[in-house]
Design a binder for this molecule. Structure first.
Ligand SMILES: [Zn+2]
Length: 512
């Protein structure tokens, strides 16, 4: 098995990954709060952890990937104030909160499917783990790191910081955390402004609330990830992922809760992806540069010059290292689209030269091929490309370097196509393997011009039968003058959205 190195936010170092259980990897990633459509900022962790998980599986690990859905407890303002984001949306749209959750969960899944981000192994919801969260609150109270105040339970950060380091992940100390925190206004139930709610008392008008030993309420947002991570991955697990914006306070609070409730920080490698900016600006609803994924795919936003396909977006994300910022602009997306087309055109030529077809992976299908430890290519350059790709991916998931090697392969394929170079059958097979396993497998790219793959081939086979029947019905009708069968076929195809064209070179069909 190849070694893999990851940047660990906790140690601020790139470290060799050593699994807790040999051959297995457990990862928890903070998922979306489902009160609106997924935007560009959701695409990046979606794609990043998808590639990371696919890489681990390809290296031979058995992976359990947990990505949660936040459907309760995420308040509008960080300091435990404001309305629950989902309850607010439900109030505005006059819906049940769970209708909002269901709608945006399905829309999130669809956007991830379009980006070819495979579903996680488990997708737990905060509202489905209230009992476990109440138990965790009890434990934290019993270890003395939380206090009750007016029906809410707050984490006692100062007390915790006397025994442990609050700020260990983000590299802050307690005084730093005071900056940017609003002073208590006297109305607050908290002892100190940096304390955070692990259980919030529900006001009478609050809809999403549950009974607890402290009265009716709901869990604090940070608690769900501590609780669901432990439930599905154990006391300690390998990797915790999420956006850099979650490092503080969300992940810092998770560590504190873990230590307070189970005596261990719980996570061995903290991996954070950086943000996406738009024309150098932070993305935000108030700035009007907030682009949802459906808008991006449809090209429906003032900032968009055209629609961008899901694979263009995926490629754009892979062109940058996940720890660096990524700036969205039309030019950058257009360049990504062109680069992707070059790779796909070369792939087509490569498989044609090798006399085989590109692999078609069903959505969410796990790559069965395990990465070889050695490359068996004859050609030294191909060997270097092959090794370079794996070295880059195993070096903290360096997808831009891996792609630069893929472009070297593209150049070689084009040289062969131009007749200026000949490759052995073995070398062609090695290149095909690289495209099978890495380009289409780990990196999860797809040829969008050949969408549907196997299914489309089958449909085309069926359509040839239908078109044959249509031709026979027509020939018959010319004699009998009874066009009913022809009309029937025409109407049925139309209802299915299939357009048939009778051209010079025969009959063709397209899906509307
Ligand atoms: Zn989380």
């Amino acid at each position: 098995m190849r070694d893999i190195y990851l940047s660990n936010t906790l140690s601020r170092n790139k470290e060799l990954f050593v699994p807790i259980n040999p051959g297995r990897m457990g990862i928890y990633v903070c998922g979306p709060t489902v009160y609106g459509d997924a935007h560009l900022g959701h695409a990046r962790p979606g794609v990043t952890y998808d590639v990371l998980v696919k890489l681990f599986r390809h290296l031979g690990y058995k992976v359990r990937y947990v990505r949660n859905i936040t459907d309760v407890g995420h308040l509008e303002h960080d300091a435990d104030e404001g309305e629950d984001k989902i309850a607010k949306k439900a109030r505005l749209d006059q819906l049940e909160p769970m209708e909002v959750v269901q709608n945006y969960t399905l829309r999130y899944h669809e956007a991830m499917r379009q980006l070819n981000v495979a579903p996680p192994s488990i997708e737990p919801r905060a509202s489905g783990h209230i009992v476990e969260q109440i138990e965790a609150v009890k434990k934290i109270l019993s270890t003395g790191y939380a206090y009750e105040s007016n029906g809410s339970i707050y984490f006692d950060v100062r007390k915790y910081n006397e025994d442990h380091h609050y700020g260990i992940l983000s590299g802050r100390n307690l005084d730093d955390t005071l900056e940017g925190t609003r002073a208590l206004d006297g109305q607050s139930d908290k002892r100190a402004p940096f304390d955070f709610a692990i259980w919030k008392k529900a006001e009478p008008q609050h809809i999403m609330k549950w009974p607890s030993p402290w009265g009716e309420g709901f869990p604090g947002w940070h608690l769900e990830c501590s609780v669901m991570g432990e439930k599905y991955l154990g006391h300690e697990f390998d990797i915790h992922g999420g956006g850099m914006d979650l490092m503080f306070p969300h992940h810092e609070c998770e560590i504190a809760q873990n230590v307070a409730s189970r005596g261990t920080q719980g996570v061995h490698y903290w991996v954070h992806n950086n943000m996406i900016t738009i024309n150098g600006q932070k993305m935000g609803k108030s700035l009007g540069n907030f682009i949802t994924l459906p808008q991006l795919f449809a090209g429906e936003h003032d900032k968009l010059e055209q629609p961008y396909s899901p694979m263009t977006v995926r490629f754009f994300i892979l062109q940058a290292h996940y720890r660096g910022t990524l700036d969205f602009s039309n030019e950058a997306l257009q360049a990504a689209g062109k680069a992707l087309k070059r790779v796909m055109a070369a792939a087509k030529d490569l498989y044609a030269m090798a006399g085989r077809k590109a692999p078609v992976y069903a959505y969410g299908e796990q790559l069965s091929a395990v990465a070889p430890d050695e490359c068996i290519a004859d050609n030294a350059e191909i060997k270097a490309i092959f090794n370079g790709v794996y070295e880059a991916l195993c070096d903290d998931l360096n997808t831009p370097i891996a792609l630069s090697h893929i472009f070297d392969a593209v150049r070689i394929i084009n040289t062969v196509k131009d007749g200026k170079l000949k490759l052995s059958e073995n070398d062609l097979a090695v290149l095909c393997q690289l495209f099978d396993d890495v380009v289409f497998g780990v990196l999860g790219l797809k040829d969008e011009d050949n969408e549907g793959g196997k299914a489309m081939e089958t449909i085309d086979g069926l359509m040839q039968m239908v078109l044959q029947n249509r031709a026979e019905a027509r020939a018959e009708a010319k004699v009998t003058k009874d066009w009913s069968k022809c009309d029937q076929i025409r109407d049925a195809l139309k209802a299915l959205g299939i357009q048939v064209k009778d051209g010079k070179d025969g009959v063709t069909w397209t899906l509307e």
